[in-house]
Design a protein around this ligand. Structure first.
Ligand code: PNS
Length: 156
């Protein structure tokens, strides 16, 4: 069984993330969306909220599981029997960060491959940080995030 891990902060999940999740779910037998719990990092949403938002957004995609992890991503991948780390790639700005992270993970775990899926053109400009900023100032984010995320942002 081909199990892929799609890791991230997902603070909050966006349509860009969902685009990758929906496409990857068609390629792999099982996709684990892995939410990072990092006590040293300040998130807008708690671990539980990020997991819940993703679970709601992924309802109906049968082979997708949402989990959270702390520590090294490669350790989590090994624990879950996955040899594939999946990342979405937007334009050139993501490249350096993703390239370094892929090389580091390969150094730590040579048996695990990082695979990139290029984000769809309509989602290239969407990032969790811009969503947070727009929502903070009361701007419209409905077209850029899954429905359950939009309603949580509105309540905030
Ligand atoms: O959505 P993000 O913030 O770009 O995701 C980054 C993430 C969670 C994939 C990355 O920070 C990560 O894997 N953190 C776990 C710690 C780790 O394994 N670090 C070594 C790789 S550089």
């Amino acid at each position: 069984m081909n199990v892929a891990i799609f890791p991230g902060s997902f603070d909050p999940p966006t349509n860009g993330h969902m685009d990758i999740i929906e496409r990857a779910a068609k390629i792999y037998d099982r996709l684990i969306v892995a939410v990072l719990r990092n006590t040293a990092k300040k998130y807008m949403f708690s671990d539980q909220q990020r997991v819940e938002m993703l679970e709601k957004a992924c309802e109906g995609i049968d082979n997708v599981e949402v989990a959270s992890f702390e520590g090294l991503l490669v350790d989590f991948a090994r624990e879950r029997g996955s040899r594939i780390i999946l990342r979405g790639l937007r334009a050139v700005t993501d490249f350096e960060y993703e390239f370094t992270m892929a090389l580091m993970n390969r150094k730590l775990a040579p048996e695990i491959e990082t695979v990139f899926i290029v984000t769809s053109a309509e989602n290239q400009f969407i990032s969790s940080s811009s969503i947070k900023e727009i929502a903070h100032f009361g701007g419209p984010v409905e077209d850029m995030v899954p429905k359950p995320v939009a309603s949580i942002l509105r309540k905030r």
